[in-house]
Design a protein around this ligand. Structure first.
Ligand code: NAP
Length: 293
């Protein structure tokens, strides 16, 4: 599909971490992005979304809206399931009525983390947090609906400009403390939101449908990600590794959730850059932080 000149309605595009990056990536590709917030259009109100799609005369519908508070989801299951499980197939059916592509995002947290090699699109989902189960239910709902222009992109460990995220949190904590502890026994693939957005455009250009895994290449722990960011930024702060048992959270997270990117690479011919390269751009250029000499 030629993206140029297409009107792309982006749910979550005004305030979301990924949504804002998508707005820029579609604009860079010559499309006409229409970013929407929940105040513009509530994804729990399909009629409101339908009216908006008609008004904008949308050519592509992208759902970057979701319930993303992993720990809070344990106490707010109803909200998480409404946004992450019930809404996506309803949105896809609106795209189907217009016969336009529907792009949706899911997460590495649909896996339980018991593997020791990267998860492929063919691995069974087996989430155990309320957030992960709600996202897996959303995927299942989309597959059951069976709209053939649906693309589900599973991503992981998102960071980037536009909204507070793990990397920014760590760097701002360093302004007040000289020592932090971060878990080193959860391993995953960090994803830079602008890279995910640009590579989503590449998938759409190739008419990709079904499920694709997407992240930056390489893998690390939360400790590895934090430590690299702190050292890039030249912050005077020790980042000490701790096991998950010393940092209990309400939601249980997978110990290993690295995503296998080979299906994406085969489809697009593009190999995403490493998470270290992307992090360097984020810390040094986007956040404007510099290593001390
Ligand atoms: N962040 C991660 O580490 C991560 C990892 C893996 C997968 N993902 C997936 O990637 C996607 C994007 O995540 P993100 O981190 O970019 O999300 P985010 O920054 O938390 O943004 C979520 C967006 O959802 C919108 N939203 C919430 N309720 C809504 C409603 N009822 N109607 C319309 N919009 C609503 C919010 O808009 P308002 O502010 O206007 O309410 C917000 O822009 C999600 O599918 C998420 O599950 C994220």
């Amino acid at each position: 599909m030629n993206i140029e000149g297409q009107t792309v309605v982006i749910l979550g595009g005004k305030t979301g971490l990924l949504g804002q990056a998508l707005v820029k990536a579609f604009a860079d590709a010559g499309a006409h992005p229409v970013p929407l917030s929940s105040a513009d259009c509530d994804i729990l109100d399909p009629l409101a979304v339908e009216i908006r799609l008609d008004k904008e005369d949308a050519d592509i519908l992208v759902n970057a809206a979701a319930y993303t508070q992993v720990d809070l989801a344990e106490d707010e299951e109803d909200k998480a399931f409404a946004l992450n499980a019930t809404a996506p197939p309803l949105l896809a059916s609106l795209a189907a009525r217009r016969a336009i592509p529907f792009i949706h995002y899911s997460t590495d947290f649909v896996f339980n983390g018991e593997k020791h090699t990267p998860y492929t699109e063919y691995d069974e989902t087996s989430a155990f947090s309320a957030y992960g189960i709600s996202k897996a239910d959303g995927e299942r709902g989309l597959l059951k609906l069976g709209y053939d222009r649906t693309l589900i992109v599973r991503i992981s460990w998102l960071f980037g400009p536009g909204r507070i995220n793990f990397v920014e949190k760590i760097l701002s904590l360093c302004d007040d403390r000289n020592r932090l502890t971060v878990v080193n026994d959860q391993i995953g693939s960090p994803s830079y939101a602008p890279d995910i957005a640009m590579n989503t455009v590449k998938l759409i250009e190739k008419d990709a449908t079904g499920i694709y895994h997407l992240a930056n290449t390489g893998e690390t722990s939360w400790h590895g990600l934090a430590n690299t960011a702190v050292s890039l930024a030249g912050k005077d702060c020790i980042v000490a590794p701790v096991p998950t048992s010393e940092y209990p959270t309400k939601a249980v997270r997978p110990a290993y959730s690295v995503l296998d990117l080979s299906k994406f690479i085969r489809k697009t011919g593009v190999t995403p850059r490493t998470w270290e390269e992307a992090l360097k751009e984020y810390v040094l250029i986007e956040l404007g932080l510099q290593q001390k000499k």
